[in-house]
Design a protein around this ligand. Structure first.
Ligand code: INI
Length: 199
């Protein structure tokens, strides 16, 4: 038998990530993004949007995050999708609807595709609490990136994301061809980058 766990020692140039960011509460989400980028960069990932390793997709709010995360996951272009958002409790039940749909949708995107989709949605009672978790005390964005690196490394041990018979393709699910960010279209994956698994 064996123990499987993600490591942080794989050649970082082989990873590709999509980061889906909600604009709503962007005072918080931009800080989450900075923390996330800092972690990826310090693990050797080229975070430049003009490069071939990280694509950034902005959406209006957390409610829209799962739909885009799922499309990015199905594209098989990425080793992981990181979802960033902030849902802050107000005077109405809106918070509960948005937070619940974001959580369910993000879980479904990962479950349906087999691609790690990281739940980087902060839920907070007020702006101060959210900012404390987005850089004032600690930055959860950093941890979300670390979670993505660990999960990408773990899932890589179970097969090649570009050629897995167990993953549905975008066409299987939607019947259409995905429209991808330009840099993802450029990011052709060489077979040699993903050598056959021997164990
Ligand atoms: N979107 C958020 O990302 N965070 C919130 O706190 C929030 N609240 O509370 O309203 C929020 N609402 C917008 C929502 O995500 C959608 O963008 C909107 O409803 C359009 O579908």
């Amino acid at each position: 038998m064996a123990v499987f766990e993600g490591t942080f020692t794989r050649d970082p140039s082989l990873f590709r990530f999509a980061i889906v960011i909600a604009r709503f509460n962007d005072l918080v989400t931009e800080k989450l993004l900075s923390g996330c980028q800092d972690c990826l960069k310090r693990h050797g990932i080229d975070i430049n949007p003009q490069g071939t390793q990280v694509d950034y997709i902005w959406v209006p709010g957390c409610f829209e995050v799962p739909m885009v995360a799922r499309q990015m996951a199905i594209s098989r272009r990425y080793d992981g999708v990181i979802c960033l958002g902030a849902v802050i409790r107000g005077q109405t039940p809106h918070f509960d609807y948005v937070a619940a749909e974001a959580a369910k949708g993000i879980a479904a995107a990962a479950f349906q595709t087999g691609v790690p989709v990281i739940f980087g949605i902060l839920t907070a009672d007020n702006m101060t609490q959210a900012l404390e978790r987005a850089g004032i005390k600690s930055n959860h964005g950093w941890n979300y990136a670390l979670n993505a690196l660990e999960m990408a490394s773990l899932m890589q041990q179970f097969g090649d994301r570009t050629n897995s018979p167990t993953l549905p393709t975008f066409q299987d699910i939607s019947g259409t061809t995905p429209v991808l960010p330009v840099s993802a279209e450029k990011a052709t994956v060489q077979e040699s980058e993903y050598p056959e698994q021997t164990s």
